[in-house]
Write a protein that binds this ligand. Sequence first.
Ligand code: ADP
Ligand code: MG
Length: 234
Amino acid sequence: MSLIVAQNLTKIYNTEEVEVHALRGVDFTIEEGSFASFVGPSGSGKTTLLNLIGCLDKPTGGRLLVEGSDISSLGRKEGARFRGQNIGYIFQNFNLIPVLTAFENVEYPLVMVQNRPVSERQDRVAGLLAAVGMADQKGKFPDQLSGGQKQRVAIARALVTNPKLVLADEPTANLDHDAAYGIIRLMEKMKDDLRTTFIFSTHDTRIIGEVEIVYTLEDGRLTGQQISGGKVHE
Ligand code: ADP
Ligand code: MG
């Protein structure tokens, strides 16, 4: 069974003046353990699509199946539970909690969602912060960090629960070459070791070169699907 199936998925935002057709009937399938990306210009619907998959918003029409069940029919609470148990979300604007340190931000999902024992939790947080190169910044608050550093904390927070599915909205946009490749390698290792599924939205050719499936979005429509075998070298 495919992990995710979208059938004629639509999303219309109703603003005061106009209806915005953000997704105009999108069909795709993503298998478990995939490294997939949606690419397309700003405004093409990438964030909207990730928000629907992440149960942060509901489609206007069509179906969105995760492991065979239609997540668009979940209520708010069920949606939040589903997200907490299955999904790591890397937000485009990071969404770090300003009153928590980098360490506490990464620890937060382990406390709130998984309620793991303290020592296990702290080892896991320390390991993830080291993996994203932020171990020495762990006591800093978000407003003391650069954009790239915040992005790395947001990535560590999304991965710390070993989620089944990671949704990553332009996750390397603020990272330099070495940091971006470090993150991509970390994600590839999770995919290989744990069969974690990654869905990116990106403009970043460094990611596009590494993913297996690229879906192109333009003005709310899927206009291309490219499956790549080989990897692009650094
Ligand atoms: P992308 O992530 O590819 O830049 P988005 O999914 O953010 O695209 O946006 C797709 C379209 O939907 C754009 O026209 C955007 O302005 C519009 N849009 C996104 N979110 C909202 C919202 N909450 N209310 C109204 N329009 C929105
Ligand atoms: Mg976006």
